[in-house]
Design a protein around this ligand. Structure first.
Ligand code: CIR
Length: 254
């Protein structure tokens, strides 16, 4: 059994932060229905959903992934690179404390969970407009006693590391090679996103299933051709806020 921490989409969602995308109207009710559909899929795949209360005045609070990194041995509490998102952290911290020892990233470090891709004992840490070298240095020190290797990674063109690359199989990655160099990921095979779907690299692997946006059918075909079992979810409104399927949950074994 796994726990998936999620959070209701805020009523102020339309005022979300945008870095690489142009602002488009967001249908809040549709966003909430899609979010409920996402939670439903996670539940079908064996997660117990622990939905945190809405944070009405924090537009991006649905993106709980950015507030922490949860590993088997501990949880690292993030210090989001965007100052206005820092108030999102407290309630996640209080929840995670029930399951893990928690260690905070401290100033001047800044880190968004969306920049962290952990695969086994390898922790790829994206250096981005949100995550700085000082935080990654802290991560190295925090995780070394538990045998993790933290690997700093650079990328361009998107907000977070996991907008450019995610894990879709035991040794398989889904990646947009215009944004990140696959050579960093030694020993992994790679599925590239369809060139017409540059935003399609964010997928959520849960056991043997890849939870993946219905909005990117050509990349879905590529995943299936590579042998992945894909479970489609509708996340068009979440996408307009520059979020994806990993961003809306923190999943871990209790
Ligand atoms: C932001 O700019 O912070 C939000 N609008 C999107 C955050 C998406 N989170 C993620 O990729 N982990």
């Amino acid at each position: 059994m796994r726990i998936a921490i999620t959070r209701q989409v805020s009523r102020s969602f339309e005022s979300c932060q945008l870095t690489h995308l142009a602002r488009q109207p967001i249908d809040l009710e549709l966003a909430r229905r899609q979010h409920a559909g996402y939670e439903h899929i996670l539940a079908l795949l064996g997660c117990e959903i622990l939905q945190l209360p809405e944070q009405a005045d924090l537009p991006d609070a649905v993106f709980v992934e950015d507030t922490a990194i949860v590993l088997d041995e501990l949880a690292v509490i993030a210090r989001p690179g965007s100052k206005s998102r820092r108030p999102e952290v407290r309630s996640v911290l209080d929840t995670l404390r029930q399951y893990r020892t928690v260690l905070p990233v401290e100033a001047p470090g800044t880190l968004d969970g969306g920049d962290i891709l952990s695969i086994g004992k390898q922790v790829f840490a994206g250096l981005s407009s949100r995550t700085n070298r000082r935080a990654v240095d802290q991560l190295v020190r925090m995780l070394k006693p538990f045998g993790y290797q933290v690997i700093p990674v650079t990328f361009t063109g998107c907000l977070h590391l996991k907008s450019a690359v995610t894990q879709v199989g035991p040794e398989l990655l889904l990646l947009n090679r215009l944004w990140i160099d696959a050579a960093v990921f030694k020993g992994f095979k790679v599925v590239e996103v369809d060139p017409a779907e540059p935003l399609a690299a964010n997928a959520l692997l849960l056991d043997q299933t890849v939870v993946f946006p219905r909005e990117y059918p050509a990349t879905k075909d590529r995943l299936e051709a590579a042998g992945c079992r894909v479970q489609a979810v509708e996340v068009s409104e979440i996408g307009k806020a520059e979020g994806g399927v990993t961003c809306c949950s923190l999943i871990f074994k209790p």
